[in-house]
Ligand binder design. Structure first.
Ligand code: PHE
Length: 447
């Protein structure tokens, strides 16, 4: 965002917005959460339902959020207040801000692990295996706290300066590199004997495994991965130029995000099968027992099995890139409460970023010493909270702001969108299909 322009700033270019939104979307959700969820929910069946959720539910909600953001030029709370007839509607934004804060609090801890494992790989490469083992102990509360704090400091310092320049530039370099290294590693793993069972599990959906619980998990994953339901894209949309084509940008963001998740699964699910044969316990008696540090157990042993300079290089680059991907996501998460505080309470950006960042870090410290909280907070605020936010956003747009107004906004940059097939279907989806399907699956999945 160019802080110099106008009052709130805007993205430097069209690619700037897509890059920033894709940077927000691509993160631990794709490489840590997706493979873990897929592995615990039948692999291919999960992938299949996840893809449907991304395109048929995620994409419509994404259009809704970006159009609300650009129309109002505000943070989520201010946006709903501005477009709604009653102040009550700002509660939707407040729920989003709360979800953002809580998600960021555990996200920072997991992001800290990506940092500690970058060091683990460096120490391992240098032959300091004891140090490598010491620094990567995810059960040490102090280490978790230390790395979370470093991560939060990086996030705060970038947010203090305004988001755009850093994110736009970092994402442009990071994203292609991340894709490249994923593809190389996938090739390597596919080549190893013992991985083919994992490949089949992942690529051949066994539809008999589709249960209400699986659909519930896949839907939550789609919201988490695309950063939907909490107003992250309302915030980013508020910095977007009127000329830009929102429906097109949203397609690119969705495809890129889904692609990274798909590739991460293609690497990690076969690697899980390999690891099982090497004695790492992931399933016991057919049940999934791995914890939130699953990928941090699997991947290093993979890099070490490659060995030599190549293995070290792969390991260090992978975890370093993953930290960067996580950073562009923590930036978008912190930007939600920060933009709210700047807009609604007139607090200067640097002060808002520092104090909110510190406040959230306190929760992260608590989680650092009690990592079992990750699953609980993730369940309440991502798995249930984000789809709930999605329902409210759709209903608000359809019945309070009205789709006609949303089309006016979307057609700035995408002329005649309302008459296109995608436009007509979108209206149907936000008005009826998305809220009904999300609600149905939330209730069924919950019970
Ligand atoms: N989408 C991010 C990821 O996949 C996480 C995130 C969720 C970011 C919600 C912003 C808002 O890692």
């Amino acid at each position: 965002m160019a802080e110099s322009s106008a009052s709130r700033g805007s993205w430097n270019s069209k690619l700037g917005f897509i890059m920033a939104a894709a940077g927000a979307a691509v993160g631990l959700g794709n490489i840590w959460r997706f493979p873990t969820e897929a592995a615990s929910n039948g692999g291919g069946a999960f992938l299949f339902i996840y893809l449907i959720c991304c395109f048929l539910i995620g994409y419509p909600v994404m259009l809704a959020e970006i159009s609300i953001g650009r129309r109002t030029g505000k943070n989520p709370v201010g946006a709903f207040r501005k477009l709604g007839s009653s102040r009550m509607y700002s509660l939707i934004g407040i729920w989003g801000v709360l979800c953002g804060i809580m998600i960021l609090s555990f996200y920072t801890v997991v992001a800290g692990w990506t940092l500690s494992y970058t060091f683990e790989e460096i120490f391992f490469a240098l032959g300091f295996t004891n140090w490598a083992a010491w620094i990567s102990n995810t059960e040490s509360g102090w280490l978790n706290a230390f790395f979370s704090a470093i991560f939060m400091c990086c996030t705060v310092s970038i947010i203090r300066g305004g988001v755009s320049n850093g994110i736009e530039r970092a994402t442009k370099i990071m994203m292609p590199l991340l894709l490249l290294i994923l593809i190389i590693l996938i090739g390597y793993v596919a080549y190893l004997p013992g991985s083919s069972e994992g490949l089949t599990t992942y690529l051949k959906p066994d539809l008999s495994k589709v249960t209400p619980g699986l659909i519930f998990a896949a839907m939550g994953q789609a919201f988490f991965s695309l950063s939907l339901g909490l107003g992250a894209l309302i915030t980013y949309g508020s910095y977007l130029d009127k000329k830009e084509n929102i429906p097109q940008a949203a397609v690119m963001i969705t495809i890129l995000d889904v692609l990274v998740a798909f590739l991460a699964g293609l690497l990690i699910i076969p690697a899980i099968y390999l690891a099982q044969t090497q004695g790492i316990t992931i399933y016991q008696n057919g049940a999934f027992i791995a914890g939130p540090d699953l990928i941090f157990q699997i991947l290093p042993s993979l890099f070490h099995s490659i060995g030599g300079l190549l293995g070290s290089l792969a390991g260090i680059t992978f975890f370093a890139l993953l930290s960067m991907a996580a950073l562009t996501s923590t930036i978008s998460l912190l930007e939600i409460p920060v933009s709210y505080t700047i807009d609604e309470h007139n607090v200067p950006r640097s002060k808002a970023a520092t104090w909110i960042g510190l406040g959230i870090l306190l929760i992260s410290l608590l989680i650092s010493f009690n990592t079992e909280l990750i699953g609980i907070i993730d369940f309440v605020f991502s798995q249930v909270g984000l789809p709930l936010g999605g329902i409210m956003i759709c209903l608000f747009l359809a019945y309070e702001w009205k789709t006609g107004n949303a089309f006016d906004e979307l057609e700035s940059g995408s002329p005649n969108f309302r008459y296109s097939i995608i436009g007509k279907s979108w209206k149907l989806f936000v008005m009826f299909i998305c809220p009904a399907v999300i609600l149905y699956n939330l209730i069924r999945g919950f019970f």
